[in-house]
Design a protein around this ligand. Structure first.
Ligand code: NAP
Length: 427
């Protein structure tokens, strides 16, 4: 496809599939959106780290061919005020894998969130958030090491569907009349009204993706988080449809909690994934009191949104939590925080969230050694107490460095790690 402003790198190859063997060439073209505000600083630092890790892990045999695509303020300056050019969607559809920095949602003027637009237009139906503590990261928990949880949040429906009617409008009054007169519903006069659609289609495809992920990564359990005791036909149905996918489509690989106790005396048989469900409110309590009981959590959109941020806080907060929005044909990895505009171009903030989103991307690509190298070098850098301002203010005796210096320190530690592996006669 011909693009107006996007330059397709001539030294890269297109990714042609997202599942199965042989999808990822050694020099894949990966699309990136720099992002607004702190986007430039964190993307520049993170790309240096990912590239160094790939180079060092594979001795130059593999290399990402980066292709810049545009959204947000940078897009507006290139595409005559268009914050979300059509060819950005086209490029993501064609090249299938992308990574993005944060985007400003322009206030006023009827703009929709660019992030929500990307998810909806590309049908990125699963928001995947691995939440794990790394040694040295400041945390409010006494045992943050017990947190190693992946959240699969539904990304396309629930109260985010945008079906809302303001109190006092003719649409609201029409709907209120219908609900009262035709369906016998009772609610206060002058209520704002919103609709919460949750479908079997969207729930089931999310559960399939969740189970596939659990199988690929050797995860042990999936907890369905829901508020089905109150919202029976939305959240309760979500729970039911998740179980149906497990029992009808993956009967050999999954087991329910009832079966676990009836047939196996509570001991998970080798190779099986336990599927259980938990009410949303108690899940928040358990997340603080006994996080080790959770492995993967699948949740509808709103619950998943709340839980993702709450859980991220347990392991160090927004500076580090990574994420990905995944569909059947496109994967878009992303920093989960915003553009932190007051720090724009100060070379100051923590690149961790974007950096670890890139680690997720490398893992998805099967480039496990490069992913591991980033993680280990990051941990070593934290052990040396070399950190950006946000972590420094929570640590005793830390050395505060700039974003770019933090990247340099991580890359230097990679060299030591690789040299250590080479110097070790046992390999
Ligand atoms: P924010 O940009 O996430 O920043 C809030 C605060 O979080 C910052 O002031 C800073 O805290 C801390 N922070 C964020 N990123 C950090 C990093 N990389 N390293 C260290 N600390 C970091 O949230 P916001 O101010 O509410 O939103 C600003 C803009 O971002 C809005 O236009 C919003 O629409 C957009 N946004 C975009 C996304 C996205 O693209 N996915 C997500 C959320 C918001 P301190 O002040 O304590 O240093």
């Amino acid at each position: 496809m011909a693009y107006k402003h996007i330059v397709v790198p001539s030294d890269g190859e297109k990714i042609t599939c997202l599942q199965g063997e042989g999808c990822i060439p050694d020099n894949p073209i990966i699309a990136f959106i720099e992002g607004d505000g702190i986007g430039y600083d964190i993307m520049t630092a993170s790309k240096r780290i990912w590239d160094a890790a790939v180079e060092k892990a594979y001795g130059g045999k593999r290399k990402i061919a980066w292709m810049e695509i545009y959204a947000g303020e940078k897009a507006a300056s290139i595409y005559d005020g268009d914050y979300m050019p059509e060819e950005t969607f086209d490029a993501l559809r064609e090249f299938m894998v992308g990574i993005k920095g944060p985007l400003t949602t322009p206030v006023g003027g009827g703009f929709r969130s660019l992030n929500v637009t990307l998810r909806q237009v590309l049908d990125l139906y699963a928001c995947v958030r691995p939440v794990k503590w790394y040694p040295g990261v400041p945390s409010p928990m006494r045992h943050p090491e017990l947190v190693d949880i992946v959240i699969f949040r539904e990304n396309t429906e629930d109260v985010y569907a945008g079906i809302e009617y303001e109190a006092g409008t003719p649409e609201n009054e029409k709907l209120a009349r219908f609900l009262r007169e035709e369906l016998g519903a009772k609610f206060f006069e002058g209520s704002g009204l919103g609709i919460k659609p949750i479908s079997a289609f969207a729930t089931k495809r999310l559960m399939r993706a969740t189970i596939r992920y659990a199988l690929e990564r050797g995860r042990k359990s999936i907890s369905i988080m829901h508020k089905g005791n109150i919202q029976k036909y939305t959240e309760g149905a979500f729970r039911q449809w998740c179980y149906e996918v497990a029992t009808e489509e993956f009967p050999e690989q999954t087991i329910t909690e009832d079966e676990l106790w009836e047939k196996y005396d509570g001991k998970l048989p080798e190779g099986k994934i336990l599927v259980k469900d938990r009410i949303a409110d108690i899940t928040f309590q358990h997340m603080l009191l006994r996080p080790a009981e959770f492995d993967i959590i699948i949740a509808p959109n709103l619950n998943g949104d709340y839980l993702s941020d709450a859980l991220a806080a347990q392991v160090g907060g927004v500076g580090i939590a990574p994420g990905a929005n995944i569909g059947d044909d496109v994967m878009l990895f992303e920093a989960t925080h915003g553009t932190a505009p007051k720090y724009t171009n100060l070379d100051k903030v923590n690149p961790g969230s974007l950096l670890f989103s890139g680690v997720m991307m490398l893992e998805f690509m099967g480039w496990w050694d490069a992913a591991r190298l980033v993680k280990e070098a990051y941990i070593r850098t934290l052990e040396q107490k070399t950190v950006t301002y946000d972590f420094a203010r929570q640590m005793e005796g830390a050395k505060t460095v700039k974003t770019s210096e933090f990247a340099t320190a991580i890359i230097r530690n990679m060299d030591d790690l690789v040299a250590g592996i080479q110097a070790d006669p046992k390999g």
